[in-house]
Write a protein of this length. Sequence first.
Length: 306
Amino acid sequence: MAFAGFHFGMAWVTSVVTSACQIVGGYKSFEARPPHPCDVLPPTKIDERELATMVLSRQPDGSCYWIDKTEVTVEQYRAFIEDVDGKPYDWEPVRCAWKGTASPSNPLAGDECADEANPEAEPFFDVKPIRCVDWCDSKAFCSWASKELCVGQANAAGLFEPSDLPDQWGNACSDDGLSLPYGTGTHPKAGVCNVGFDEDNGECFKFLKQWVCGPTSVDSLRECEGPAGAVDMIGNVAEWVLSCTSSSTSGARSACQVRGGSFVDGLDTARCYSYEQPTPLASTRRRDLGLRCCANLTPRERSLVK
């Protein structure tokens, strides 16, 4: 799977200070991070549904926003399904007019996406990332959780909407627009993130204790962490973001960005600054594709930031 794209800006880092140095995005730095207006806020919080931990991503312009620490899990998505089951749901009206019911949290045999995932060990285990969800499911889940899909990349040709917002997903993934969330951000390292493993050579069992390559439980690869503290933004499962092509008469034909790569990708292809090419349709459901959410500051939080 090839990747292409552009990067915008950088994300301030969340640090844990020690007597000798600070830990920044998974590696040690002897450069202290300058004060930031958002330092008055805690580095983490629980979302309004009390489902997920969110981490604070500080931006160089003095702004900040929240992003889920992990990919949305099967258990978290199930709470959404159980809450909306049997009720009319107000799907996004332009790109999701075709949408009837939400994709299930545990698809049954016979579902094409589930059948592709079933050779894996416990493919829809509670603490694994939800998959086999389309863009409409993903946007609806984040809205239900009082959050939003993270904004993706703008495009020089004006291909994606919204075009006037920063790349929330990319800025939380890496520092200064670098390639990777860990280390110096430029050189991929095997075994840090769930990407680039050779199943035939037993690498998935060596690193993940899984005979068949697939996603692992969220937050299990602690070194695969970006500067904001979000984990698995590279590998495990790729993630839908808000940015889509301009709407057409048939909303299902809109194509939406997918970021981060997944367990099916090579070590040298998954990058923080790139989006998947070709961009998949909003109706796409895949065993290697899930989501995470972002949120703006609450009014009270904004009042604290000077």
